[in-house]
Structure formats: structure tokens, C-alpha cells
Ligand binder design. Structure first.
Ligand SMILES: *[C@@H]1O[C@H](CO)[C@@H](O)[C@H](O)[C@H]1NC(C)=O
Ligand SMILES: *[C@@H]1O[C@H](CO)[C@@H](O)[C@H](O)[C@H]1NC(C)=O
Ligand SMILES: *[C@@H]1O[C@H](CO)[C@@H](O)[C@H](O)[C@H]1NC(C)=O
Ligand SMILES: *[C@@H]1O[C@H](CO)[C@@H](O)[C@H](O)[C@H]1NC(C)=O
Ligand SMILES: *[C@@H]1O[C@H](CO)[C@@H](O)[C@H](O)[C@H]1NC(C)=O
Length: 364
């Protein structure tokens, strides 16, 4: 009944292939431990296995010593238990392509009991830590830290960001299951490392005020050739850690990325969520069918001549199947699709009543 009152509209938005943004030539990642690639473009660093770690490292070395750099990536942590973390994840710059001797649990897949804190590690990491470990002087169970050669951070702060409008501090929960962005910028002339955590929304420009700013020359810690990577670990409670590399540069440049599709990470796998997803998928399919009938004429006007009837969109998105779900846009759920006529990859946003959006031609 409520469906009749809700006239769903479909708009086609630019399918923003996040992975195509990556403008580094070292894009290939080498996986180890529990890490795996996802069809969404994200890498899953940990799976549901407890007390495990996962790593994804750049295939090729980068010459980062005496250089400025910028790393920008998306990540998300989906915990097994609501709002309770496992151990967390880290971005790392390491002299080796992978850290084979690393441990899980509080060692984040970065270090082990023996090498933690040793200057011979030549390793710099930004930790996204969701567990308060007294032994490493952690400030809380939801913080971002800059670590040099060990798990005791040289600088850390509770997860959040400074609002550009009024400069106020806004908390972010690392275990919210939402996709967030981490930007790491180092200027060699200024000998300054800025780390900025930001929520992901539509067309968000880079935030002005970093969460962490460390004044230190990092070059002495680096060897001539380094690798960058991502690690994560689980303990007695599970968490799935996701990452997607956006941008790598050997300049201290900030990038304004128009992330027009906000990816939604799947829930932590369990029986209940599988059932919920099935119910949602059925509901969504019914809603879409209702929408087709409701706005059939408009469709013919807008799409009929060029692409045939609207069923094309339905077919293109495989009937808005859940696995086609890309994320949430400004007006509703966004689905990935493929138009058979032109082979153009599209994103389709399902919107609720009241939106004045129409159709737009899509890019391939
Ligand atoms: C999860 O990762 C572990 C290694 O930590 C691996 O042995 C296992 O096969 C993985 N599970 C799945 C479902 O991929
Ligand atoms: C700790 O890691 C180092 C470096 O990867 C490795 O050589 C060493 O064997 C590891 N130690 C333990 C106890 O696992
Ligand atoms: C932000 O987090 C801190 C510590 O976790 C807490 O004390 C504070 O109340 C939170 N602020 C808001 C606005 O939620
Ligand atoms: C770090 O942030 C401060 C404050 O926005 C800015 O003035 C400085 O240029 C930044 N440094 C780098 C290396 O981006
Ligand atoms: C880094 O700078 C030091 C001192 O200026 C120099 O000795 C060294 O060769 C440089 N290394 C690289 C890889 O540029």
C-alpha cells in the first residue's frame, strides 16, 4: 500500500569507477594472509577468521626517501559485534614487500613481539586502531596514530575531523561499517606529515585542518627503496577490514575527488544478515516493478527512442539485484548496470518520491 504513495523514479548517474582514479603506476597489490580482492574494487584485508592478519602491498618499490608524498585511500571496518572493534588496520611504508613475520591481534599484521619498536624495522605506519592496548599506551579504542618502527604511536588522536565551516571537531567511529577516507600528505621541504580522516560524501573537497600533524623529517627512517601497503588483524572478535587505494603521488599534493557514489560495505556475514538481505532484495524488486508501471510514459519519452523501453535498465541492473548494489547516492540506492546496446557501464540510482531528477546519458 505504501508503495502506491511512493512513486519511485530512476535516475542514471555517472558511474564513478573509483579504481580508475588511481594514477600511480604501482597500482598492483600483492596479497598475503587473509587478504582477498572484492568485485567492488575494494580489497578485504581480513575475513571472518579470528586471530588472523591480512596484508596488501604495492607490487613495485617506490623511491620515497628525500621525497614528498601523498597517499589517499578509502577504508571501512565492519565489526562482528555492533560498535565493538577487533584490532584495526594500518597503512604502512616498509622496506619489504610484505611483512611475513608479523602477528595478528594487537600487532595489526605489522610487527611481532620480537621486532616491535626496533629501529631496524625502518617502517612508518598510520594505524586505524580500534582496540585500546595499555602496553602500547593507546589513548582509546577508536584512534588514528602515527607509528615509527613500533606500535607505540608518536602522535595519535581520537578518530574524527575538523569541520571546514566552523572548525569544530566531529567524532567518527572507525567501526561504523561506513566507508571513510584517509589522506596522508608529507612535505619533505616542510618536514611535515599531515594525516586527515574524512567522512565520504558527495563532492567533498579535501579538509583543511588535518587530524594529525607531525613535524619530523621522515627521510632518515626510509631506505632507498620502499613499498607501501595495508595491513589489518583480528583477535577474539571478528572484523572485516576493507580498503581501496585512490591516489598515490610523490608530491605533497592534496586531491579533490568527486566521490559521487558512496560505496556501501556488506554486513558482517551471519545467518541473520543473509535473511535480511533476501527480504530486502525481494522488497526492492517489487518496488522497482511498481516504479516501472508508475512512470512508463516518461520513460518512453526519455529513453524509448535511443535505448528502447525501460526494461533495458531493469535488465541492465539484473533487476536491481543486491549484488549490483554499488552504494548510496544523494537520492537513494545506486546500482551497477550494463546497457546491452552500447555496452556502457552505468550506475542507476533509485530515488523516492519528490525528487526532480530525470535521466542523464551515462558514460561507459
Ligand atoms: C580467511 O583467511 C584465512 C587465512 O587467514 C584462510 O585460511 C581462509 O581460507 C580464508 N577464508 C575464506 C572464506 O576465504
Ligand atoms: C618477527 O618478524 C621478523 C621480521 O619479519 C622475523 O624475522 C621474525 O622471525 C619474527 N619473529 C617471530 C617470533 O615471529
Ligand atoms: C566524541 O568522542 C569523545 C570521546 O570518545 C566523547 O567524549 C565526546 O562526547 C564525543 N562527542 C560527540 C559530539 O559525540
Ligand atoms: C598540514 O596542515 C596545515 C594546516 O592545514 C597546513 O598549513 C600545512 O601546509 C599542511 N602540511 C602538509 C605537508 O600538507
Ligand atoms: C637523500 O639525501 C641524503 C642527504 O642529502 C643523500 O645523501 C642521499 O643520497 C639521498 N638519497 C636519495 C635516495 O635521494
Amino acid at each position: 500500500m505504501s508503495l502506491e504513495r511512493k512513486v519511485l523514479q530512476i535516475i542514471v548517474v555517472l558511474f564513478f569507477t573509483l579504481s580508475s582514479l588511481s594514477c600511480n603506476s604501482n597500482g598492483k597489490l600483492i596479497l598475503a594472509g587473509s587478504a582477498a580482492f572484492e568485485s567492488s574494487g575494494f580489497s578485504m584485508l581480513t575475513n571472518t577468521t579470528k586471530h588472523s592478519y591480512g596484508q596488501a602491498f604495492s607490487h613495485e618499490a617506490v623511491v620515497i626517501k628525500n621525497s614528498s608524498f601523498c597517499f589517499d585511500f578509502l577504508f571501512g571496518i565492519v565489526p562482528e559485534l555492533n560498535q565493538q572493534g577487533s584490532h584495526g588496520m594500518a597503512f604502512v611504508i616498509s622496506p619489504t614487500r610484505g611483512l611475513p613475520g608479523a602477528s595478528s591481534n594487537q600487532y595489526l599484521g605489522l610487527f611481532n613481539e620480537t621486532n616491535n619498536g626496533k629501529s631496524s624495522n625502518n617502517l612508518i605506519a598510520i594505524e586505524l586502531d580500534i582496540h585500546k592496548d595499555q602496553e602500547f599506551g593507546d589513548i582509546d579504542d577508536n584512534h588514528v596514530g602515527i607509528n615509527i618502527n613500533g606500535l607505540r604511536s608518536v602522535l595519535s588522536a581520537p578518530a574524527g575531523y575538523y569541520d571546514d565551516e566552523d572548525g569544530s571537531f566531529k567524532n567518527l567511529s572507525l567501526v561504523s561499517g561506513k566507508v571513510m577516507r584517509l589522506t596522508i600528505v608529507y612535505s619533505q621541504p616542510d618536514k611535515q606529515l599531515n594525516v586527515t580522516l574524512s567522512p565520504v560524501g558527495s563532492s567533498v573537497p579535501p579538509l583543511q585542518q588535518p587530524l594529525l600533524s607531525l613535524n619530523r623529517d621522515l627521510s632518515p627512517y626510509f631506505l632507498d627503496e620502499m613499498y607501501y601497503g595495508f595491513t589489518a588483524s583480528t583477535g577474539s572478535t571478528g572484523a572485516i577490514h576493507y580498503m581501496l587505494n585512490l591516489f598515490t603521488s610523490l608530491e605533497a599534493e592534496h586531491t579533490a575527488l568527486d566521490i559521487s557514489v558512496i560505496p556501501i560495505l556488506p554486513p558482517y556475514p551471519d545467518k541473520v544478515s543473509v535473511r535480511t538481505r533476501t527480504v530486502l532484495a525481494v522488497f526492492l524488486t517489487l518496488a522497482v516493478i511498481a516504479a516501472f508501471i508508475a512512470s512508463w510514459i516518461e520513460v518512453l519519452e526519455e529513453w524509448g527512442i535511443q535505448y528502447g523501453p525501460r526494461t533495458e535498465i531493469f535488465n541492465a541492473t539484473k533487476g536491481f539485484m543486491e549484488k549490483q548494489l554499488l552504494g548510496r547516492g544523494g537520492f537513494g540506492q545506486v546500482y551497477k548496470g550494463m546497457l546491452p546496446v552500447s555496452d556502457a557501464e552505468i550506475a542507476v540510482e533509485l530515488t523516492s518520491n519528490g525528487s526532480s531528477q530525470g535521466f542523464e546519458r551515462v558514460s561507459s
